[in-house]
Design a protein around this ligand. Structure first.
Ligand SMILES: [Ca+2]
Length: 478
């Protein structure tokens, strides 16, 4: 009898271990990660833009936590994406260009790969790791993707600047004779046809299909939209609210604005070197907004599919961009700059059952990997350099860092962004120049305090903090 009881107990305890293990291996949430390309948060209506209309992203913002002080770790596609996908700073992996981080990280898991290793179905639609836009999108190729991250991956080829429609090359085209061209160039195409002609329309359709098809699995689904990255191409109807382009309002132009900026701080694209007059500048803003509106409509389709599938209560939704963008502030255009418009990113995280909120705490895109892992009950791998910000979802006052860090390898630029000050230096020894802005007094960053007397000590303090940070970001065993 005693022996039977012992056997029964052994079987029961085995079953209970089985049970516990099983419940551990089935995490509670899906992850829907939506990322736009080259999107400045200043263009979104939920971040205060009154011209550009983004009702779908606004809807998500109203349901989730909207972060107002989120920063990318690299101010262009390659380094930013390799960083938040691997969980490592650009200078930890050395991925400062346009490659995927796999050779550098070896057997370490990327963010979706970690979920895949824990039983998730992981899929990517279009651009999650770096892809060349427009070239890679025209080809429909994998770009700098990492195959080990995914159970399945899908590309969304599109015509980009070759789309039939009303096109104009704005950049380096002062006499207007240049045809519509490809490359990383400011081109606007008001395209014929509907949403599905273009990459982002196809991306949304594939994402909708994958949500429906995999609703019984735990999934990590990455949905990568390529707009508003140049070329500014979207169906004609999306341009109507922004026409005539002459009604677009450009950022204030301040006399002598560049005089206190060190040379590497003058962005690589300016109204001057792009030879864009006021008409072209206004059309660039209108073309960008139309591209944002088109991308926003595709986000709406994906959110609707999630709701229709009954997965809203089971899915964490994230919306962000790989970095920001200048739309004429300081007569700067595009990315690379470490100023607010370019280093700041939109970030919305919606966790089922949590209250909507606005969070002003400083966060980095690098924090997504550990945070979402924690929220899904997974361990945070030891190599991950980001911080778990999941407490901010319950308490938006919660802080995990004093400063956000970002880099612009193309300019050997480094940013430490605290709540009050933004400190930028060029070259590791700061010999390329320094910028220091009081964000609270001078949010548009017109006045470089590093050139003014009385700030020497503060600049020295920031130089020391940066020196320590540069050591810390590399302090990882790969
Ligand atoms: Ca980008």
């Amino acid at each position: 009898m005693k022996e039977r009881l012992l056997i029964l107990l052994t079987v029961l305890s085995f079953l209970s271990i089985e049970c516990t293990d099983k419940s551990k291996s089935v995490p509670p949430y899906n992850v829907l990660f939506i990322i736009s390309d080259d999107l400045t948060y200043h263009a979104l209506s939920c971040y205060g833009n009154t011209v550009c209309k983004t009702p779908n992203i606004d809807r998500l913002a109203a349901q989730g936590v909207r972060f107002t002080s989120a920063y990318c770790q690299g101010t262009y596609c390659g380094p930013s994406r390799a960083s938040f996908m691997s969980g490592l700073y650009p200078h930890a992996t050395g991925v400062l260009g346009y490659t995927n981080p796999r050779p550098q990280i070896g057997d370490l898991s990327t963010w979706p790969q970690h979920f895949k290793n824990n039983g998730y179905y992981t899929a990517r639609v279009s651009k999650i790791f770096h892809m060349g836009v427009p070239g890679g999108i025209e080809e429909g190729s994998h770009g700098a993707d990492d195959s080990l991250s995914w159970s399945a991956r899908y590309n969304s080829p599109g015509p980009e600047w070759k789309a039939p429609g009303d096109g104009e090359t704005l950049e380096s085209n002062p006499d207007g004779k240049k045809p519509v061209v490809g490359g990383n160039t400011f081109v606007v195409v008001e395209a014929e046809g509907g949403d599905l002609v273009h990459s982002d329309g196809k991306t949304a359709a594939k994402a909708v299909e994958l949500i429906q098809k995999n609703k019984d699995k735990n999934f990590w689904l990455g949905v990568g939209f390529v707009r508003p990255h140049v070329p500014f191409v979207a169906p004609k109807s999306y341009y109507l609210p922004y026409k005539p382009y002459s009604k677009m309002v450009l950022p204030e132009k301040v006399n002598g604005d560049w005089e206190d900026i060190p040379e590497p701080g003058i962005n690589y694209k300016t109204s001057l070197n792009m030879q864009m007059d006021i008409r072209r500048q206004k059309k660039a803003v209108g073309g960008y907004y139309a591209s944002v509106a088109y991308m926003d409509a595709q986000v709406g389709k994906v959110l609707d599919a999630l709701e229709k599938s009954g997965l809203t209560d089971k899915t964490i939704v994230i919306f962000t961009s790989d970095h920001g963008y200048h739309l004429g502030e300081h007569d700067f255009w595009a990315k690379v700059s470490l100023l607010e418009e370019s280093s700041g990113v939109p970030l919305i995280i919606k966790v089922p059952g949590k209250k909507p909120a606005v969070c002003h705490s400083l966060v980095e895109l690098l924090d997504l990997y550990p945070t979402i892992a924690r929220l899904c009950g997974l361990e945070i791998p030891a190599h991950v350099q980001g911080k778990d910000i999941s407490k901010m979802i319950d308490d938006p006052e919660h802080e995990v860092r004093n400063a956000a860090f970002s880099v612009a390898p193309m300019r050997e630029g480094f940013l430490l962004r605290e709540h009050k000050y933004a400190y930028i230096q060029y070259k590791e020894d700061a010999s390329g120049g320094i910028e220091l802005y009081d964000i609270q007094e001078d949010p548009k960053q017109y006045s470089n305090l590093a050139t003014q007397t009385g700030y020497e000590r503060l600049v020295e303090e920031f130089r020391s903090k940066m020196k320590a940070k540069l050591l810390k970001v590399r302090d990882v065993d790969l």
